[in-house]
Ligand binder design. Sequence first.
Ligand code: HEC
Length: 421
Amino acid sequence: MIFFAHGICGRDNRWSFYLVDCQSALTKFPSMKAIISILLSSLVAGMAYSAPDAAALAKGKELYDGAGSCIACHMADGKGQPGSVPPLAGSDWLDNPDRTIAIVLRGMAGPVRVNGKRYYSAMPPQLLFDDKKIADIVTYVNNAWGNKGAAVTAAQVSKARENLPPDVYTPEAILKAFPFDKKLRRNNGTFTPDFDDFLADVAEPVVYRTFMPGASPAAFAVALPGNQYYCWDAGECRLRYAWSKGGFIRGNQVHWSSNGKPVAKFNGIPYYRARSSKLKPEDYQHLAETGRKTPFYDTTEAVDFPIEIEGVDELPKFRGYRLVQGFPEFIYKVGDYEIRELIQASQGNLGITRKFAISPKVPITFKLTPDEAATYSSSAGTIAKDGTLKLTAKQAMEFQITVSEKNPASPVTIPTEAPKK
Ligand code: HEC
């Protein structure tokens, strides 16, 4: 007998969502012991201040200059690029090595002032380097081009990697965690942008928790390399919509300060839209409207969670997410079953691939929403015309669903099991 796993209980889910927030707050303010060891490690860094190790400097330069490394944006002379990438040579932002480590590990996106000049861009997290390599790079940057600054240790980077919240930093958030002293604050910090174009070309995944149109308050907006974008709703534990044209969300000044009611804006029209009992097809016509005052749909009351698990009649609960090579993997539970969903750009960047792992073993029925603008394929089972995919317990352990945008201008090769119109 099959029971349907119903949508989301708003309460529980929001609670678990907030729990995740609490956890990241806790990692920001760890135990006294951790605080003392962080203080100790900055003392160690302080001691090394006067004499950066020559081998570390040489290694740091080599890594900085490597293909696709810092040099690609900040340039060999550390001067950055006028209007788009701030300088590292002479940058006041290098006053605190822990802030620099945090920027390198998590990235930063949003309006910044560096030495009195304005930039409004995004630096993706630098995922290629282990702790020692980041330590050497930061040590090098702190002491190249006439800079005089701290040497950084792998232990410092390792501690930061463990303790920093997982999201890409907004300037506001990073300055709260690592403020400037009064003197530097005059020329450095964030500003209120008077234009809102953002992220023309995405090189690495960018993950925001923000208010998104057509989603519950617990939404993620994610940009993938190849300029694929999607909104994943943690309130309802599901992919809500995906789009590819028109760019990522526009960072109007209010939504950066994550308490704001106004939702993020975007220009695209979603090609994938998960319908739910709370969203009608025509609602999607309004998603791209700018300047919405109503913040979001409360989809947490929806009763049609798309993954039905045999024998389970419970609401899904969001358990958090982790980054797998920079790509977010969402983790949620339905009854005793754990579902992991890792989303990446599909080959050729014509859509997205959702990799699922369900444990323990159980048969499932997956209800995809058929859409004129998208085609689906699955690595297991056959997707019926109405979007239903039934999987055996073995198949459901690991499978992937590719959602491709129908785009006559650049034809997509669809595997045979995709629904035919
Ligand atoms: C893809 C381009 C890109 C790469 C690669 C990159 N950065 Fe950045 N970096 C930026 C941009 C853009 C900003 C400003 C972000 C903003 O506008 O919020 C920035 C800001 C910074 C800042 C703070 C502002 C300043 O100028 O001092 C530091 C420090 C920094 N980057 C260090 C690094 C280091 C070290 C590396 C290599 C490990 C690196 N960056 C790699 C683009 C990049």
